[in-house]
Design a protein around this ligand. Structure first.
Ligand SMILES: Nc1ncnc2c1ncn2[C@@H]1O[C@H](COP(=O)(O)OP(=O)(O)O)[C@@H](O)[C@H]1O
Ligand SMILES: [Mg+2]
Length: 188
């Protein structure tokens, strides 16, 4: 994978497999501190300590279909090659938090890539938990150098009433809303 957004899509899909009803995705780009932190937290089934210790091994998966589990090992590698690391905190029956840190300016850091595309793909897939998203960009150390794009799918769903995310007009609106939200961060 050459962009972090694709790793994030994989990590978000794990929240679905874990049966989560709520998830949060937080992206924090801190330019002065030179760190990028991406955190995915869910209230899914969680993992015991032994499983957590095993999941960054590329041959570990609890899925019975398709390939061996590669989402977490590849994500950990992407973080480590950018001077960062992956940290997983999990508790059975409570949930899981996967936090990845990257040195922002590291020459081997993958670009964030198409986060709007990842969010749209996730929101339109089946059995997705409600998602709270926050993307914060801190460009400098003065107050006002912070830009944030955030939303909660529960709020959007409340606005839409009975109209599903998959309705063509909603898909179009969501695509533009996510694209614009991400672009505004960049143009600030
Ligand atoms: N959010 C999560 N909640 C509970 N278990 C998880 C979570 N993320 C990953 N896992 C466990 O770690 C395993 C490996 O995950 P991953 O590397 O993404 O590969 P895959 O999803 O293909 O199995 C999963 O099969 C699952 O058992
Ligand atoms: Mg996975």
């Amino acid at each position: 994978m050459r962009e972090l957004a694709l790793h994030v899509l994989d990590i978000l899909q794990n929240t679905v497999e874990a049966g989560a009803t709520r998830a949060t995705l937080t992206i924090h780009e801190d330019v002065p501190a030179d760190w990028l932190t991406i955190t995915v937290a869910d209230n899914g089934r969680g993992m015991d300590a032994a499983t957590v210790a095993r999941v960054t091994n590329p041959f570990y998966t609890t899925r019975t279909t398709r390939h061996v589990g590669l989402g977490l090992p590849l994500y950990a590698m992407a973080a480590e090659q950018a001077g960062g690391r992956l940290r997983i905190a999990s508790q059975p029956g409570v949930g899981t938090t996967v936090e990845a840190m990257f040195q922002l300016s590291h020459p081997d850091r993958q670009p964030l890539g198409d986060m709007a595309g990842t969010l749209l793909a996730f929101l339109l897939s089946a059995r997705t938990p409600e998602l709270r998203y926050e993307h914060r960009l801190r460009q400098g150390s003065a107050p006002g150098d912070d830009q944030t794009f955030e939303f909660d799918t529960a709020d959007i769903r409340a606005e839409l009433g009975d109209v599903p995310f998959s309705h063509p007009a909603v898909v179009q609106w969501l695509a533009e809303y996510l694209e614009e939200g991400e672009n505004v961060l960049r143009s600030a």
